[in-house]
Design a protein around this ligand. Structure first.
Ligand SMILES: C[S@@+](CC[C@H](N)C(=O)[O-])C[C@H]1O[C@@H](n2cnc3c(N)ncnc32)[C@H](O)[C@@H]1O
Length: 403
């Protein structure tokens, strides 16, 4: 009998062509995209190591000789912000980030009418059996609408024409340029890591209905359908263009996703509707007040015996001062003003406030074996020496409910 993965791939290339293949880059554009990928990798992976050395060997000794304590991220930022090394790093990182998204805009613009037609056809035909529910009256929260989050031009929600999918494409294809040179950022990798861990921890766990919060175009939702055959997979997001685009991708892939445009602070699903709730790269982009509301919604929506796993940036209380300084760069420089405030929260406290039982809550790193297949043996789930978050491991926090 064919496996679920085989059946899903047989259904691929069905009546809905691949929307992701429509924007065709010219040779010049491809060159630019490759340059942006390489620049970003250099800025975010190689430069921080050099910067750290500069801090340890030059900046810190000079400050300490003046009696300045350097024991938290703010003190390190204060010491580094005027230094040429830090300014050069920040400049490269800022521009590389912005250019990754800009590098896909022109091919997307040329293909836009065709992409919109394809997304409309996906909605009419739904060959994979998914669904798309949009709410044009939904107020987009200020923390999304008032700025281009992480320097993505047009952000997650802007619509320039009727039935627009452009921002879905800019976010999805820009993110591929953004992470193309980094082996530890495989497509849908977070979902693969979490589902593998869930199967390891709870062999018997077989969710029937799941929810991905802030799903964007569903890249971190789709792998769960393959990991848990038959699961009814729901994703919510405030950005309509992302959801239209994601729906077209999923219908092409033959994966039934149920996508709806909703604010995760107040969802319209009934109590206890899901036995698995996940999110990835979501909470650091919303306010702490909104985080509390979303976690309270998760508690309401999780069914007895259910599990909730959120992948996020490691909390301040879990990292050293240098790493804290490194992560908080985005707050001031990457249009992510809630980053530091979110990271300052202790996940254990947030979970308890939302009504989860302290002894069932967790916060830890999950190694991404997909990024280091040759070291699979070395990275047991709980071994010391695991890679850091963003360096081949993902930080997750969450909880579960008793059956
Ligand atoms: C950085 S993206 C993460 C996307 C995706 N989860 C991933 O792993 O790539 C954050 C997403 O959360 C969405 N979002 C922000 N605030 C939201 C809210 N209150 N309710 C639902 N979605 C929200 C944004 O539109 C965006 O698509």
């Amino acid at each position: 009998m064919a496996s679920t993965a085989d059946r899903l791939s047989e259904r691929r290339n069905s009546v809905i062509p691949d929307i992701e293949a429509l924007p065709e880059s010219t040779l010049d554009e491809r060159g630019r995209q490759r340059f942006c990928s390489a620049l970003r990798r250099f800025a975010i992976q190689d430069m921080p190591e050099m910067l750290h050395k500069d801090f340890d060997h030059r900046v810190a000794p000079a400050r300490q000789s003046e009696g300045v304590p350097l024991d938290d991220a703010l003190a390190i930022e204060d010491a580094m912000e005027g230094e040429a090394s830090y300014r050069f790093y920040s400049t490269l990182r800022y521009n590389a980030q912005e250019m990754c998204f800009q590098s896909v805009q022109e091919p997307i613009e040329r293909a836009l009418p065709e992409m919109i037609d394809l997304a409309r056809a996906a909605q009419e035909r739904n060959p994979a059996g998914g669904s798309l529910r949009l709410d044009p009256a939904l107020p987009v929260p200020d923390y999304v609408s008032q700025l281009d989050v992480h320097l993505t031009p047009g952000c997650f929600h802007k619509e320039w024409v009727a039935d627009d999918v452009a921002q879905g494409a800019v976010v999805a294809l820009g993110a591929r340029v953004f992470s193309a040179s980094m082996s530890h950022r495989s497509w849908g990798g977070v979902a693969k890591v979490i589902s593998r861990w869930l199967k390891h921890e709870r062999h018997e766990f077989a969710p029937t209905r799941m929810l991905d919060i802030g799903t964007s175009s569903g890249k971190n939702l789709m792998p769960y359908v393959q990991a848990f055959p038959g699961v009814e997979a729901h994703g919510v997001d405030v950005g309509a263009p992302l959801l239209r685009y994601g729906h077209a991708v999923a219908e092409h892939e033959g994966i039934p996703l149920h996508l709806s445009q909703q604010n995760a602070e107040a969802l319209d699903f009934p109590d206890g509707h899901f036995d698995l709730i996940v999110s990835s790269f979501f909470f650091h982009e919303i306010t702490v007040d909104a985080t509390r509301k979303v976690l309270a919604e998760c508690r309401r929506l999780l069914r007895p015996g259910g599990i909730m796993v959120h992948q996020e940036l490691p909390a301040t209380c879990l990292v050293d001062a240098w790493e804290d300084f490194f992560w908080n760069w985005d707050t001031e420089h990457n249009n992510e003003p809630n980053y530091t405030d979110f990271r300052a929260q202790d996940p254990a406290v947030l979970l308890e406030e939302a009504g989860f039982e302290p002894e069932r809550n967790f916060a830890h790193l999950l190694p991404d074996l997909g990024a280091y297949p040759d070291r699979a043996e070395a990275f047991g789930w709980n071994e010391p020496g695991r890679p850091r978050h963003g360096k081949g491991a993902w930080y997750v926090f969450g909880s579960s409910l008793p059956s």
